[in-house]
Design a protein around this ligand. Structure first.
Ligand code: ZN
Length: 707
């Protein structure tokens, strides 16, 4: 038989060893010395030798090095997590307030209730609050907290060590996601002193991290996460902690169970804060239910400014003695209530699907919607990404669709409301011709998701997008040149970016957009001319982005200026020379080379030079390669077999555009053999040479991991 002490000794060692491994293999930031680690490992093996029943397949003794996968075993919560009663009307809060008052005035004291719940509970040995029952509590009666749209978890600290991280599950039993919880750096792995406590809280993704994640998903042609909660759940429920670690998960505590001896919940939060457990800065103690309503209104207005998604406000009785007195129903605590904001999803009619053309000719569909107010702004358009996404969601013209805001500002169509279909809905077909210039659209390569307009020089839509790109913050940062100015410029003033730097007052006044009522050049137009002059001497990497060279965004632009002293040297470089640069593969090298060979592009450069645009690099060879952060930087990868999500071409581009090199044969210098179905002789060769073999899933995880 295992006694509790031995079991705990083992759990503590496992926790420490796994934390060490995550710090070492995933964060690349060891927290223990090799010696400490070896000693723990030795101690663990010794303990498991004495008590073989301790050994599970998840024990570090059964796994080597970076094997840290999460198994999602069902584990009972030491004390139960309750859910909260949701209300949607402010009036219901008055009922709640009356019930609280009734209890606080009542003479009945519920003795020795041992409570626990998703938001708060305590086992208080000494009853320190005898007096609090007899007087009405008005000072700091309620604690208001924003309700985060994330995933509830229970962190179990034993003797101050974080030994388990569990999802909420059904409140009684959760899933073991401990190793993924260990990757969340803001969660302390050890508390001061020696305490047994359960910290409840929310794991979530900030809006910006949610958007980044969905952009990555989009680039990898993976389904997008519908909302930050799904994304947080998906990120925490990863088998490989490395993936969880890459997702930038955050945590705020909102409850506790165990040995905490305080009179107010807000004091417990202060204690947590001292311990380094993250607490939301938006929590507020108020005196009356009216003040709580004001808090709800205040954050209802400011909802879009909060850095993470919220769906309501939780109001809790702040006094812990009174919490105990109020107790629980079978399902919920009587001392807390959740007010839910109106959903940030709305139904609307999909009136039409149209397409737009990007600066490199990519044609993307977007939805024209019956305008609807959503999270405080009117939405009448939403991107649909590509034809495959429309097909996957089965969205048809005429459908009533569910519209929501993903993250901060981007409206997104979740899907159709199928039961409202009446048979008149139309399945969308991508156009065969460019909606702007009428050129026949093409797939550039087999297996591409996007159709493109090949008329790169004369397509008006592409020109507008190139002007917008040129003015964007990452390029020349010309604030006075927004979307509307760009449209006006391209309408009748310029027909290529070639003459952009020659723009003058006379040219601008040809379009009414730049002229004010008294017939003079508008203030914005004069500002535009001044900003164009200033842009002439901005850094070379910005100019490279402004030229709209295919594939050249901020990463490649910075890489190029470190290897070439000026634009002429870069323009003269052959593809082999370009591909020699670590981080630039043959595909991208060829695309850069081709761009400079085109006489129309040479004309742009000549014309810009004549207008006084400088093309020297100040950062040439300074700080060599230091700030280039591509996930596959410096890796040589050999793909083989049939991949599920990539064609032969697209895998090449994906590897190269993430900084890796693709070769066709396996050698000692190969970092990874990426295998799909029916991988043949290359696999055998890789095994002989000891080259690491990865699956498509592992490859995608590699892409998602921080460089
Ligand atoms: Zn076109």
């Amino acid at each position: 038989m295992l006694n509790q002490e031995v079991k705990f000794q083992w759990e503590k060692l496992v926790a420490q060893i796994n934390q060490d491994r995550i710090a070492y293999y995933i964060h690349d930031n060891p927290v223990s010395s090799d010696q400490e680690y070896d000693e723990r490992m030795h101690e663990l093996l010794e303990l498991e030798r004495q008590f073989p029943d301790l050994v599970t397949q998840n024990s570090p003794s059964q796994r080597v090095g970076a094997q840290l996968e999460v198994g999602f075993e069902a584990v009972p919560h030491p004390s139960r997590l309750y859910s909260l009663d949701d209300v949607f009307e402010m009036d219901k809060l008055d009922d709640f307030d009356s019930a609280v008052d009734h209890a606080s005035n009542s003479v009945f004291v519920n003795p020795g209730t041992l409570s626990s719940d998703s938001h708060t509970s305590f086992n208080l040995e000494a009853n320190k609050h005898e007096d609090s029952n007899s007087e009405k509590i008005d000072a700091g009666k309620y604690l208001c907290e924003l309700k985060i749209d994330g995933l509830s978890v229970n962190l179990v600290y034993q003797d101050s060590f974080l030994i388990k991280g569990l999802t909420r599950g059904d409140g009684e039993v959760g899933e073991d996601v401990t190793n993924n919880i260990y990757t969340i750096e803001s969660i302390p792995k050890r508390l001061p002193g020696s305490i047994n406590i359960e910290v409840r809280g929310e794991v979530f993704l900030a809006k910006k991290d949610f958007e980044t994640l969905n952009r990555q998903q989009e680039e990898l042609a993976k389904p997008l996460f519908a909302n930050p909660r799904n994304a947080a759940a998906g990120s925490l429920r990863q088998k490989d902690p490395k993936v969880s670690a890459s997702r930038n998960l955050s945590f705020y505590a909102h409850g506790v169970a165990g040995e905490v001896d305080y009179t107010k919940q807000s004091q417990v939060y202060e204690l947590f804060h001292e311990w380094g457990i993250p607490i939301s800065p938006y929590n507020r103690v108020v005196n009356t239910i009216e003040d709580a309503k004001k808090y709800i209104e205040e954050y209802g207005d400011k909802r879009s400014e909060i850095e993470y998604e919220i769906d309501g406000v939780v109001i809790k009785v702040n006094d812990l003695g009174l919490q105990r007195e109020l107790g629980f129903t079978s399902r919920i605590p009587r001392w807390a209530i959740a007010y839910k904001y109106p959903p940030s999803q709305v139904h609307t009619k999909l009136l039409d699907i149209q397409t737009q053309v990007g600066r490199t000719g990519r044609v993307t569909p977007f939805a024209i919607l019956d305008p609807q107010v959503l999270s405080g702004s009117i939405v009448s358009r939403a991107t649909l990404h590509n034809a495959f996404e429309i097909e996957r969601k089965d969205i048809r013209i005429g459908d009533t669709v569910i519209l929501q805001k993903a993250g901060d500002v981007i409206p997104q169509i979740v899907g159709p409301v199928l039961k409202l279909r009446n048979g008149t809905e139309q399945i969308f077909q991508m156009p065969t011709k460019c909606p702007s210039c009428g050129a026949l659209l093409v797939y550039e390569k087999l297996g591409d998701a996007d159709l493109r307009c090949p008329n790169s020089e004369d397509c008006p839509a592409q020109l507008v997008e190139r002007v917008i790109n040129l003015a964007s913050r990452k390029a020349l940062d010309i604030e006075a040149l927004g979307d509307k100015s760009a449209l006006a410029l391209c309408e009748n003033i310029i027909s290529s970016i070639e003459n952009f730097f020659d723009l003058d007052e006379k040219q601008l006044s040809q379009n009414a957009f730049f002229v004010n009522l008294s017939g003079e050049l508008s203030k914005n137009a004069r500002e535009l001319l001044s900003q164009i002059r200033q842009a002439k001497t901005k850094s070379l990497d910005r100019k490279l982005i402004a030229l709209s060279i295919r594939h050249v965004g901020p990463n490649y632009a910075k890489l190029l200026v470190k290897h070439f002293p000026d634009l002429d040297t870069l323009a003269a470089a052959n593809p082999d020379r370009l591909a020699e640069i670590n981080g630039i593969g043959p595909e991208v090298a060829l695309s850069i080379f081709d761009w400079f060979q085109d006489s129309r592009h040479q004309a742009i450069i000549q014309s810009w030079k004549k207008a006084g645009v400088t093309f020297d690099s100040d950062s040439y060879r300074s700080n060599f390669d230091s700030d280039v952060k591509l996930p596959l930087f410096g890796l040589t990868i050999v793909p083989t077999g049939t991949l599920e999500n990539f064609t032969r071409e697209s895998i090449k581009v994906t590897i190269e555009s993430n900084g890796g090199k693709v070769t066709n044969s396996v050698s000692k210098n190969t970092d990874y053999l990426l295998i799909g179905k029916n991988a043949g002789s290359k696999l055998t060769k890789a095994q002989q040479l000891g080259v690491k073999v990865i699956t498509e899933l592992e490859f995608v995880q590699l892409l998602e991991s921080p460089a």
